[in-house]
Design a protein around this ligand. Structure first.
Ligand code: SF4
Length: 475
């Protein structure tokens, strides 16, 4: 589904490279392929040769960087970031990477995720004299590193990371080193690759494909990787706990050509569709998916039921950021701008409309109406996730609990509100089975908190719950 009209938004994508003379340009291409993870700002910091230079701005990667800007960014290492603003809000100051200069050396930070204890850390740091230059939760790490009493930078970073709670995939670049860290639960995906002699790291493997890099392995939860001229080293900054990788990465966020923790997204989504067909079959003439994320699911549903798959909805790919509007009224208008029914496909047909999730319900209602206005005789809605009943605190902007339609209504009430002939959501068990992470292993747990309210970490000093697995720990 279209993130900006739905109210379900990823918070960032990160890319880094060490050991390539075209580091900035390759980071540009990497960020371009991660653009779906954030469209409000982009930035690149280059270094590795004794100095850090940066360029960042509001807008899409292609809007922020001209050829001239890239040519100014010389260095054999770079980190980059695309941002969707939730924690800390928008604005130029919060566009990452954040760059900090001090007498002890400069340091740049790029972060994907959300820290659930950022406010309390920030309060404590301000009490101790820190002055923040942004409203982003990311900045607390820089202050914690600076204030750590450890003698060398690697140990200061390790010590600082132990104070953080929540979801974080961090890239840190200094004048001479690059660090890569993933939180102990591994909420967000982060993969390591090679491009010749160079090391690359990215939120999704589609960023490797675009630059011709090869996939090496996943960054482990709780792992700190250090790369410098001497090579690559890996250490742990936190003990191993059950993995809680975000289910929505598989359902919705990641690109179909990416592999997330070793699982191809298109294949996972097709399996979601097959499982949905098994759980909620219906008599119909045609199956269609809401582009882009639900097309793979619709293909799986069609394959399993034998109902033909057709392109019943088309996305207008040339609608730019201009139409990303925050108000509900404009968001609803945005649906018309971005999606069109294919009258020749749906007219006179009983249509199965497959989508990845329902957040507020307003978008689903408009699409159902759009299909009916185009002549569909029946519209059966099938959703490839369980109902979203709780907000996410780990980097996905899912709206507040009050805005979540499934937090306030039964499935039958939602069906009536979105004016569908029938409505079904995928079960939690079906979700786990279809994605196929082997949940008997500690490494393969999956976060389900927005469906269950069982958060894998303490939130605001109150609740600790389980994701898929029953062991978790404070760190
Ligand atoms: S709460 Fe939901 S959206 Fe947030 S990390 Fe967990 S599965 Fe992902």
């Amino acid at each position: 589904m279209l993130a900006e009209i739905k109210g379900l938004n990823e918070e960032c994508g990160i890319f880094g490279i060490w050991g390539h003379e075209e580091a900035a340009t390759l980071t540009y291409y990497g960020l371009h392929s991660l653009q779906h993870r954030g469209q409000e700002g982009a930035g690149i910091v280059v270094g590795g040769n004794g100095t850090l230079q940066f360029h960042k701005g509001l807008g899409l990667v292609t809007e922020v960087f001209s050829r001239g800007e890239l040519e100014k960014l010389t260095g054999m290492a770079a980190i980059g970031h695309v941002r969707y603003s939730t924690a800390g809000g928008g604005g130029y100051a919060n566009v990452q990477p954040l760059l900090f200069r001090s007498q002890g050396g400069s340091l740049a930070l790029a972060h994907n995720g959300n820290l659930v204890n950022a406010d309390e850390l920030r309060f404590r740091l301000e009490q101790q004299g820190s002055i923040f230059q942004t409203t982003s939760d990311t900045e607390v790490l820089a202050h914690l590193i600076k204030r750590s009493g450890e003698p060398i930078l690697k140990e200061r970073i390790k010590e600082a990371l132990t104070h953080l709670r929540g979801a974080f995939a961090f890239l840190i670049l200094t004048e001479t080193e690059m660090y890569i860290a993933l939180d102990p639960h591994g909420f967000r995906p982060l993969s390591l690759g090679r491009l010749g002699e160079a090391y690359v790291v990215a939120s999704e493997t589609c960023a490797f494909d675009v630059i011709g890099a090869t996939y090496e392995r996943e960054v482990e939860p709780g792992e700190l990787i250090m790369i410098n001229k001497q090579g690559i080293r890996s250490e742990r900054f936190a003990p191993r706990v059950s993995r809680s990788i975000c289910s929505m990465e598989y359902i919705y966020f990641a690109r179909p050509d990416s592999n997330v923790d070793g699982i191809n997204i298109h294949t996972a989504r097709k399996n979601l569709g097959k499982q949905l067909a098994f759980e909620a079959p219906v008599e119909a003439d045609v199956v269609t998916g809401v582009p882009d994320s639900s097309i793979s699911v619709a293909i799986g549903y069609a394959e399993a039921t034998g109902i033909p798959y057709e392109l019943g909805l088309i996305k207008n790919r040339y609608v730019g950021r201009t139409f990303i509007q925050p108000s509900q009224a404009l968001r609803e208008q945005g649906v018309k701008m971005k999606l069109s029914p294919v009258r020749g496909v749906v007219a006179g047909k009983r249509v199965v409309m497959v989508d990845d999730s329902i957040v507020r319900g307003t978008t689903s209602k408009r699409i159902v109406r759009m299909l009916r206005e185009a002549g569909a005789t029946e519209v059966h809605v099938r959703i490839s996730s369980p109902p979203i009943t709780h907000p996410c605190f780990y980097g996905i902007d899912t709206s507040t609990k009050d805005e979540l339609i499934a937090a306030r209504h039964t499935i039958e009430e939602i069906r009536q509100l979105i004016e569908a002939d029938s409505l079904a959501f995928l079960s939690q068990e079906g979700l786990l089975q279809a994605i196929g992470r082997s949940n008997d292993s500690k490494n393969c747990g999956q976060c389900l908190a927005c469906f269950t309210g069982q958060y894998p970490t303490r939130i605001g000093g109150e609740h600790v719950g389980a994701c898929v697995q029953t062991s978790w720990s404070e760190y």
